[in-house]
Design a protein around this ligand. Sequence first.
Ligand code: DGL
Length: 264
Amino acid sequence: MNRNSPIGIFDSGVGGTSIWKEIHQLLPNEKTIYLADSKNAPYGLKPVSEIINFSKKNTEKLLEMGAKIIVVACNTATTNAISILRDTYRIPFIGIEPAIKPAALQSKNKAVGILATRGTLTSQLFHKASEFYSKDINIIEVEGYGLVELIEAGKSDSAEMRQLLLHLLKPMLDQNIDYLVLGCSHYPYLIPMLKKILPPNLSVIDSGEAVARQTKAILEQNDLFTLPLNDIPQPEFFSNTSPKVLAELIAAAKNNYKVSFCDF
Ligand code: DGL
């Protein structure tokens, strides 16, 4: 591993590309390798022991590919497995968690909705944060049941998705939230649909930019910024199912990067 090695990024599927985009925008000279474990998605309904095993498997594949640091671009894997990853591997890990703090601090209505997977909502890490902010704020947690499956199937903009979101968000809207926290890296792909169905004064926040800033800080602290190269490195993306939806999401970012199948 050296400073010109890639940043490794993994998620249970295509959703973590929303985090990859923020990292690539902030650190365009860094090479990135992205693993979409779509074969095992959704992680959010799996037992903790399986989430840990998938996270280790993905980490080992990225280490084999030479990653210098690893971004766990999945709230479910972060909240259930990152402390074990940090104890097991001698490489810096950056995780992602629902942005409950900024939402709670900025909410004027004192009512914040959190949309996340069951795995995230039931994790100890999330529970602690939620309990802390619940002292002053009405925190309405809703499991995004079925959302990841539709996004993985390329149906983020479908009538089915619209119906499901209207149903899931109703308890939050009934309690007059003014902040909606997207606590799953797949959900930023729902923002165009959310804009159509949510009241305009409701703010939607996710953690993508914060993760990119943290990635930059960790590279700096470990003296791991890549040395300037003549050619800007091309990001690489791997899926362990058909890479069609992954390729579509990357193409929508107006890039023509390499997206391949890989068995991991
Ligand atoms: N994208 C993931 C997250 O941030 C996990 C979704 C899932 O596989 O359930 O939680």
